[in-house]
Design a protein around this ligand. Structure first.
Ligand code: NAP
Length: 294
């Protein structure tokens, strides 16, 4: 099997590449960085796909600095929606299957219980709108494309390139915890942070077992808040800093966020796949692998 990964220097892309190398070395993987392939350039995408002839294309590309997206609407839609569509369409045209990553921010958070794959999106911010549009465009051009909605990614490949330089939330908190700095964190948004290693394992199972396409919710289990995650990290590393809960209104960020953004992983369960570990187990594992637990 030949697999092409787009957005190859991102945290999720690098986790995919490592996972295939470690557990499925017979799969031929080509990881393309932004410099290798800009997914908004139609001709380049087609040329590269025709040359590499993948069976599956994993598109991890995104412009996902949520607050920045509010003032960079054209770039958000160009990269997330148009680029996402192009990759799915070109994949279909060469007979490959494709996988796209979306977000819990396609929902408005008004629901009291976890969102299911069949719930209707109603985004509150530009990033969510660009992802919701991508989902529709991709589904129309290829109903067999996998569209994976996930939430709050963290993993060992977070680096200077992740989120265009802002890194992941867990590593941001960890940096502050190590410096014993005080932090203010939002405590009224329900989420489930997701460990890239756990996410990749489930996605690779979907690919290798050639499961049906469409929307999948894939996150770690359980639910929490940004405040609770930060508190947990501070406690685990023995930080002397203090984490103070604040409300979404007090944070007053440029982009609105849903108050409930928890995703029920119903389709994975229906397929009989193992549920992903609880977020607290995943967080501890991540911190252990980073060697930061006392
Ligand atoms: N991170 C999260 O918390 C989160 C939550 C929910 C869903 N997701 C989704 O999960 C996926 C993976 O996220 P991630 O955290 O791995 O992101 P990431 O680390 O920021 O990686 C994204 C990659 O996309 C590249 N890129 C940007 N524009 C491009 C373009 N036009 N053509 C080709 N490459 C381009 C970036 O390269 P440059 O930096 O060089 O531009 C970067 O390497 C994304 O679809 C994201 O929306 C992420």
């Amino acid at each position: 099997m030949v697999i092409v990964i787009c957005g190859g220097e991102g945290q999720l892309a690098r986790e995919f590449a490592a996972y295939f190398k470690n557990y499925h070395s017979a799969v031929k993987v080509t990881s393309l960085s932004h410099g290798d392939l800009d997914i908004t350039q139609e001709k380049s995408v087609l040329e590269v796909f025709k040359q590499l002839r993948p069976h599956v294309v994993i598109n991890t590309v995104a412009y996902h600095k949520v607050d920045e997206c509010e003032r960079n609407v054209a770039r958000s839609f160009n990269v997330n929606a148009f680029g996402g569509y192009l990759v799915a369409k070109m994949s279909r045209d060469i007979g490959a299957r494709s996988m796209y990553f979306s977000t819990n921010y396609v929902f408005d958070g008004a629901k009291a219980t976890p969102y299911e794959e069949t719930d209707i999106p109603n985004p509150l911010n530009i990033y969510g709108h660009s992802k919701a549009l991508a989902e529709r465009l991709i589904h129309v051009c290829d109903p067999q494309a996998w569209i994976v909605r996930t939430n709050g990614l963290f993993g060992r490949y977070c680096g200077p390139k992740t989120k265009g330089g802002s890194g992941n939330f867990v590593d941001f908190v960890l940096g502050n915890a190590k410096e014993n700095a005080d932090l203010e964190m939002v405590s009224d948004q329900n989420i489930t942070p997701t460990f890239t290693a756990d996410l990749v394992k489930a996605c690779v199972q979907l690919i290798l077992e050639n499961e049906k396409g469409g929307i999948f919710h894939i996150t770690n289990s359980g639910e929490t808040t940004w405040f609770e995650i930060a508190e947990k990290i501070y406690a685990l590393v023995g930080s002397h800093g203090r984490v103070k809960p604040i409300t979404t209104e007090e944070r007053n960020a440029p982009a609105m966020r849903p108050k409930n953004a928890v995703l029920a992983n119903n389709r994975l369960k229906a397929l009989g796949f193992s549920t992903l570990p609880d977020w607290k187990v995943a967080l501890r594992k991540h911190l252990e692998l980073k060697g930061v637990l006392p």
